[in-house]
Design a protein around this ligand. Structure first.
Ligand code: TRP
Length: 335
């Protein structure tokens, strides 16, 4: 039996080099394996928890979908869809909500972090600014995962707790109503690189230090030139591992190319020269997908078509499964 891999991408922001190295590249590679079945989706219902800006959510959905397609995701093999197109997901979320202990949600890191911020800010209301969406976010995520009987869920370390919660919720449901759900496992790719951004901290939209994957050539060059470096002079041998320029290069290079650049660090390549080299390498590599990306962004109907056929495949499964679950809980059609 094939292993089912499933992961969601929250549609806030523009995809950047760090997203590529950490999530997109490993996901596309995994989808090329013959022994896996892959569900990749735009978590646009999750986006509404973080972003209340309709234009931004809409734009991010387009950009993320175009990015994955432009980078060569085989959408005939992988099921690629928008979460909001799968109407069975919110329905399953409710069935699961009714089996989820509130105390379990009280322990969710994302929720607790905001409570802690409120307390530290001396707010009289620890739940200030917290919506039910944020509070029950892990239940929606559990529905995403359990709906397609995922075995493995590739995620970043910050998401592992949510997968464990999905397991807990599934177990409780199974215990009560019979064995309907597969218990999922998180898969944290140890090898997936976490890239640093312009200022040397983790590349993340929350730090505003990202390099967009498909920035136009001029912009790409400008951003790379802005990456923070230390005061070492050209000619001084330099440590490659952990260096922002080196790590970005490595994420986009073959092992041979990486070994060569490692040697150039040891030989004392200057930062200016290395930045130029990195720019040329990325620009060459990204120019073709960037063209495809731009063409797709100019033809949203094509993106919509790809997502619609993904949704159709996904719904063939979710519709059947949801009616099985409705039967199980006692809300089957009355005959
Ligand atoms: N919450 C995840 C994130 O922010 C995105 C996501 C939503 C997800 N549903 C999912 C990831 C289901 C894996 C499985 O990164």
């Amino acid at each position: 039996m094939k292993q089912v891999y499933l992961t969601g991408i929250t549609t806030t922001g523009t995809p950047h080099l760090g997203n590529y190295a950490g999530a997109i590249k490993p996901a596309i590679e995994a989808s090329q394996r013959e022994d896996t079945e892959n569900f990749y989706f735009l978590a646009d219902l999750h986006a509404l928890i973080k972003s209340h800006d309709p234009k931004a959510v809409q734009q991010s959905r387009l950009e993320i979908a175009a990015t994955w397609i432009a980078l060569g995701l085989d959408t005939d093999k992988a099921v690629f869809y928008c979460q909001s197109d799968i109407h069975e997901i919110p329905a399953l979320t409710w069935l699961l909500t009714c089996q989820t202990a509130k105390g379990l949600m009280n322990r969710a890191h994302a929720y607790k972090a905001v409570v802690q911020e409120n307390e530290e800010a001396g707010s009289p209301d620890p739940d200030r600014g917290i919506t039910m969406g944020l509070f029950s976010y892990p239940v929606l995520m559990a529905a995403d995962i359990l709906m397609f009987k995922a075995h493995k869920v590739p995620v970043g370390r910050d998401q592992v707790q949510h997968i464990e919660m999905a397991r807990d919720i599934a177990q409780r449901f199974n215990h009560h109503y019979g064995d309907h759900f597969v218990l999922p496992e998180a898969e944290v790719a140890e090898s997936a690189s976490v890239l640093a951004g312009l200022d040397g901290r983790k590349m993340s939209k929350s730090y505003n230090n990202t390099i967009p994957l498909f920035a136009p050539e001029k912009k790409l060059r400008k951003l790379i030139m802005r990456i923070k470096t230390n005061s070492q002079e050209p000619g001084e041998p330099k440590e490659a591992d952990g260096n922002t320029l080196f790590e970005i290069y490595r994420a986009f290079a073959t092992p041979e190319q990486t070994a060569e650049v490692r040697q150039r660090f040891a030989d004392g390549i200057g930062w200016g020269e290395m930045k130029q080299y990195l720019f040329e390498h990325l620009n060459l590599l990204l120019s073709e997908p960037r063209e495809r990306y731009e063409a797709l962004m100019a033809r949203p109907d094509e993106i919509a078509g790809v997502l619609a056929s993904g949704a159709e495949k996904a719904r063939a499964q979710s519709a059947t499964f949801l009616s099985e679950l409705y039967d199980a809980v006692g809300i089957a059609p009355i005959r």
